[in-house]
Write a protein that binds this ligand. Structure first.
Ligand code: ATP
Ligand code: MG
Length: 412
């Protein structure tokens, strides 16, 4: 029988990788807390409409990547392909507009039907931050500064570059859309099939095309910056000035468009050259119409998501497992005594396991192999005498220590 494998694009996460992914999440929570963020956990699945409406039928995510199914009650359900739509749904469902601005952080698994490769999976994990409130460019600065602080805390400050762009407000985008369509209409016979379709569904997405022929045409396409109205231009200038003030370096990338329909004004991606084609580690933008599109109040928002697998891979923070204390009870009284010794040591914050099988030598070898810090040998005679044998596995020294002095002894 062949080995039982997980489903395509899914993986089991353990050992070093599990520890570094946890470290990414913990660093995120710590840093985001200092920016006033609070935890929001939304369900892993939602009614399909929650994603379909805001992301747009023409987006890659909705048209090709969603895990959608009918449940036993006949409801149309989708496994979340991103956090923003679900968090905004939760914002509306719970009447949180009474508490603006809302700063919400989340993390967990995300599902997209993609072609799996290194750094690209069908179940992956994201950290996510959303700031819901009035449409002010200073919030965009706060959000990007938060991302930058996190990346620095992960030791990635000089491994990533911030690509920044503005998509303008709806009016500017409409004007630009028209300019793009009339430009690309002239090259319809040279455009890829996908991009011909995008001409009617979402022309901005052509700028993002991976097709080599399309890329040549995109190089001479009109620029969005030429179609920004005053409001959009000022908005972007304020964001740039704020970033200069906080000291976040960025590159203005006029070709940066994001894949989802709901973005307006600020769009950004932190990109690394170290992960090949999977170079975007954290990305986001402003989505002023999204909450209304979901049927909520007129509240603007800006957010971003980071891929935990990619961040963990890049940052290489292999946090070593904490070194343990191994109890080695010999005999019946020793075995019972070991339970209370373990309890005392754990209460003091130590990692404690007991090894109860094999002879003494075997157990000590096993403890050393597992990189344990101490072994504590508890024989029946020891129990009678009120002491244990504490063995320092680094120095090899051992000494007899009274039970009630053990906690202090391992600390020293
Ligand atoms: P890409 O261009 O790589 O497909 P995306 O634009 O689809 O990324 P977003 O929707 O912005 O990605 O998601 C935010 C982050 O989540 C990405 O920057 C990336 O780090 C991570 N991510 C996205 N898709 C995957 C995936 N299939 N597997 C692992 N990580 C992913
Ligand atoms: Mg994608």
């Amino acid at each position: 029988m062949s080995k039982l494998q997980p489903a395509r694009g899914t993986r089991d996460i353990f050992g070093d990788e599990a520890r570094s992914m946890t470290a990414v999440v913990e660093t995120f929570r710590k840093v985001a807390t200092t920016y006033g963020f609070e935890e929001m956990a939304t369900p892993i699945f939602e009614f399909t409409e929650v994603f379909k409406r805001p992301l747009g039928e023409a987006s890659d995510v909705v048209s090709k990547e969603m895990y959608t199914f009918e449940d036993r009650g006949g409801e149309e359900i989708t496994l979340r392909p991103e956090f923003t739509a679900g968090v905004c749904r939760a914002f509306i469902s719970n009447g949180l507009q009474q508490h603006l601005p809302c700063r919400l952080m989340s993390w967990g698994p995300v599902f997209r039907y993609e072609r799996p490769q290194k750094g690209r999976y069908r179940q992956f994990h994201q950290i996510n931050a959303e700031l819901l409130g009035p449409e002010t460019p200073e919030f965009d600065v706060d959000m990007i500064a938060l991302a930058w602080s996190l990346l620095k805390a992960l030791g990635l400050g000089d491994k990533v570059v911030l690509n920044l762009n503005t998509l303008g407000d709806i009016e500017s985008r409409m004007a630009y859309r028209d300019a793009l369509v009339s430009y690309f209409e002239g090259f319809k016979d040279k455009l890829s099939e996908d991009s011909v379709r995008r001409l009617t569904t979402n022309p901005l997405r052509i700028l993002d095309s991976k097709d080599e022929g399309d890329k040549l045409l995109v190089a001479n396409a009109p620029l969005l910056s030429e179609h920004l109205n005053d409001h959009s231009r000022q908005f972007f200038e304020t964001v740039c000035k704020g970033l200069d003030a906080v000291g976040v370096p960025y590159e203005h990338n006029e070709r940066l468009v994001r894949g989802l329909d709901y973005y307006t004004h600020t769009a950004f991606e932190f990109i690394t050259t170290e992960l090949g084609a999977q170079g975007t580690v954290l990305a986001g933008g402003r989505y002023d119409g999204l909450i209304e599109k979901l049927g909520g109040p007129k509240v603007a928002g800006i957010g971003w998501a980071g891929g935990i697998e990619r961040l963990a891979m890049l940052s290489n923070i292999v946090t070593d497992a904490e070194r343990s204390i191994v109890l080695v009870p010999m005999g019946e009284a020793g075995t019972l005594k070991a339970f209370t010794v373990a309890d005392d040591l754990r209460t003091a914050g130590h990692v404690v396991t007991a090894d109860r099988s094999g002879n003494l030598g075997k157990r000590l070898t096993r403890a050393a192999k597992a990189n344990a810090r101490y072994a504590i040998i508890i024989g029946d005679d020891d129990v009678a005498a009120g002491t244990a044998m504490l063995k320092d596995l680094d120095s090899g020294e051992q000494s007899s220590v009274a039970f009630d002095a053990l906690v202090a002894a391992v600390k020293a």
